[in-house]
Design a protein around this ligand. Structure first.
Ligand SMILES: [Zn+2]
Length: 683
């Protein structure tokens, strides 16, 4: 079943996944926010009544753990980051109508209210479960407070997520060999009473919901696997202080707070509500959008698809709120072919980008259009320069400046001539492409529609050579330039969602009234002003030396942070295992020299790569958690060390037959020093 096309007569809400109040923003993080902002602006251009909201995610154990390590309260720790995000987004023209946070009064009240309703409607029950407990510190260890082994894939897992292995959400009590992340003490499991949300009762609903769901295909397809299997209930309480109190436990004897994934998505509603409280329900009615009939579009990173397509819609359905119409899940972003690494300072930080003097529109353009929204995108300064110089300067900027300068010099503005049929039709095509892109949830295609139109403009002016016509055929010259000014105006309207700052300038240059962001798509064909100011260039070329300089800066910083990290190393090592093994046990390990033949990322898995490794006696398919840590294309031919008699496991539907040995957080691959050939045993 498909929904009615945009624009609809319902209010739309576009939300961005809440940034977790736990660290600085780099340009990789911005991908989702830029995507959401472009999409919200594009909807408005189509005439859709739209609210664009988000907020900071303040709760959860990573905030509590980090605050504890810094010796500050979780609230002040999280608020500091919240303020940073709140001031950073507008610098990139990511203009939320409301940006709240999950710890504010609106969200606390609404969350309490929604959980009460879930309880009243019979969707919550109590159950005794085993939770990790540090007997030395006499402290419960929810989520990130505990580390151990993933029961599904055997990788090291932290808290409620196997983030270095299979990516599964882990329920309390599932982690094996638990220990405290704060003290390193071994933990034990103790029985405790917790609240559970009966997600399993929503299986049929969720199956139908996924049939209706729009957005990117990864968000529609991935959850199928989860909901068609055994759908498990979610534990929605945690034994800690930081969070929103479970409704019953006001002054109570137990310290249960709500699991962060309960109150986090509710912030989407709370933030919309705050917007309504500020502008009034005549401008935007949150209750109509969320409780009657709204078009809700969630823009998220693909690591939180499960939360937005299973847990969240079940919760909304359980309290009779509007279900999401679409989920747009972005792919990951790498830097020069490797993952961003906050700890290694291998990142281009949001503030740093601006300090380099680059206009936010350049990065917005890159992030929005360098690949489909759900594809992984690599950022490099080389590619950045290439796209700015070729497309923004060479196509959009060049066309607009050429056409408008000619109009200004020869005609003092827009020549008095009707728009030609050829150009009217071409602009209509661009408008149709733009509308189709919005209905297809493709921010890239929305941007491409505008750039392709500017490309046509360049070709049109080149083909008609108005500079050769002014003397011999002034009427024809006037016609050509009239057409070009119209194209420039249409580009300003259609490109504004992607490049809001520079398109506002272009809008002024074609004599547009007010701001281009108040113009709707029909303005693309409305006549430009008769008088036009002298235009200025919209974009500037980036010289090659700048790229070298920026790459050097980045390399220096990474090296610097690696040096400091080396110095810090000795305090972070795990203690040596106290249990010794005998030689025979060691001999049970069949360790072989191997050579990587193939390496490719596994679709849908954040960190996993599928390797084919020659281990002499045979070729093995092995899944390794190295996708973001290595340039996969450069791996074939690399000598590695393989544990060959590990029992096979299936990860993301791919069979893994063996283990490639690697050291440390960055998965430094073990190799051989001399000439050992694939198949030789390691002893
Ligand atoms: Zn796992």
């Amino acid at each position: 079943m498909s929904h009615e096309e945009f624009p609809t007569d319902r209010p739309a809400v576009v939300t961005c996944g809440l940034p977790y109040a736990n660290g600085d923003l780099h340009i990789g993080h911005l991908r989702t926010y830029v995507g959401g902002d472009v999409y919200a602006r594009a909807l408005r251009t189509l005439g859709q009544d739209t609210a664009f909201v988000s907020g900071s995610d303040m709760h959860g154990t990573p905030v509590a753990v980090n605050a504890e390590q810094e010796g500050v309260s979780p609230e002040s720790f999280a608020l500091d980051w919240h303020e940073t995000y709140e001031s950073t987004f507008p610098k990139f023209d990511v203009d939320f109508d409301n940006y709240g946070h999950t710890h504010d009064e609106t969200n606390t009240e609404l969350t309490t209210d929604i959980v009460r309703t879930l309880e009243e409607n019979g969707h919550v029950y109590e159950k005794e479960i085993m939770v990790a407990y540090d007997p030395t510190e006499e402290q419960s260890l929810p989520d990130r407070y505990v580390e151990g082994t993933c029961p599904y894939c055997g990788e090291r897992a932290r808290g409620d997520e196997c983030d270095e292995g299979c990516g599964r959400h882990l329920e309390p009590g599932e982690i094996e060999d638990p220990e405290s992340t704060i003290t390193g003490n071994p933990a034990e499991y103790r029985e405790q009473t917790h609240k559970f949300f009966r997600v399993s009762a929503f299986q049929d609903y969720l199956s139908d919901f996924l049939d209706r769901l729009e957005g990117t295909s990864n968000a529609r397809n991935q959850p199928r696997e989860w909901i068609e299997g055994e759908l498990r209930d979610w534990c929605i309480t945690r034994d800690m202080d930081w969070g929103i109190d479970y409704p019953e436990s006001e002054e109570g004897d137990d310290d249960l707070v709500l699991y962060v994934w309960v109150d986090a998505p509710i912030e989407y509603i709370s933030s919309t509500k705050q917007y309504t409280e500020r502008v009034g329900p005549d401008t935007f009615d949150w209750a109509e959008a969320w409780q009657e009939s709204g078009d809700i579009v969630h823009v998220i990173g693909r690591d939180i698809i499960q939360h937005h397509t299973v847990f969240w819609p079940a919760m909304l359905h359980g309290v009779d709120y509007t279900e999401p119409r679409a989920v747009m899940a972005s792919g990951f972003i790498t830097l020069n072919g490797k993952g961003f690494s906050t700890s290694r300072n291998r990142a281009v930080w949001a503030d740093e980008y601006l300090d380099e003097g680059f206009h936010p529109d350049l990065l917005r353009y890159y992030l929005a259009t360098n690949g489909g929204f759900q594809q992984d995108v690599d950022f490099s300064w080389e590619r950045f320069r290439e796209r700015v110089n070729n497309e923004l300067v060479g196509t959009v900027g060049n066309f607009a400046y050429r056409a408008l300068l000619f109009a200004h010099r020869e005609f003092g503005g827009t020549p008095d001539a009707p728009l030609s049929d050829e150009v009217r039709e071409r602009i209509e095509t661009a408008m149709d492409d733009f509308a189709a892109a919005v209905n297809d949830y493709s921010v890239r295609e929305a941007g491409d529609a505008a750039v392709a139109l500017a490309g046509f403009g360049n070709e049109y002016i080149q083909r008609n050579e108005p500079w050769n016509l002014v003397d011999d055929d002034p009427e024809r010259a006037a016609q050509v330039i009239r057409d070009c000014v119209q194209i420039a105006k249409a580009v300003a309207v259609l490109f504004a969602p992607v490049a809001p700052g520079t398109c506002d300038r272009l809008w002024d240059q074609v004599g547009g009234e007010g701001s281009v962001h108040d113009a709707d798509i029909d303005a693309a064909l409305e006549p430009p002003a008769a008088d036009l100011p002298e235009p200025t260039e919209l974009y500037e070329k980036i010289p090659e030396e700048r790229v070298e300089e920026l790459n050097e800066k980045l390399a220096e910083r990474v090296a610097e942070s690696e040096d400091t990290e080396d110095e810090d190393m000795d305090i972070d090592f795990d203690p040596i295992e106290s249990d010794r093994i005998d030689f025979e046990t060691f001999q049970d390990l069949d360790i072989r020299v191997g050579e990587i033949l193939e390496a490719e990322g596994i679709e849908g898995a954040d960190d996993l790569a599928r390797l084919v490794v020659d281990i002499g006696v045979e070729e093995r398919q092995i899944v390794a958690g190295i996708k973001q840590l290595h340039d996969l294309d450069s791996l074939p031919g690399t000598r590695v060390v393989v544990l060959a008699n590990l029992e096979p496991a299936e990860l993301f539907g791919v069979e893994s037959n063996g283990m490639v040995l690697a050291a440390g957080e960055e998965a430094d691959l073990l190799t051989t020093l001399g000439d050992a050939v694939p198949g030789e045993r390691v002893r």
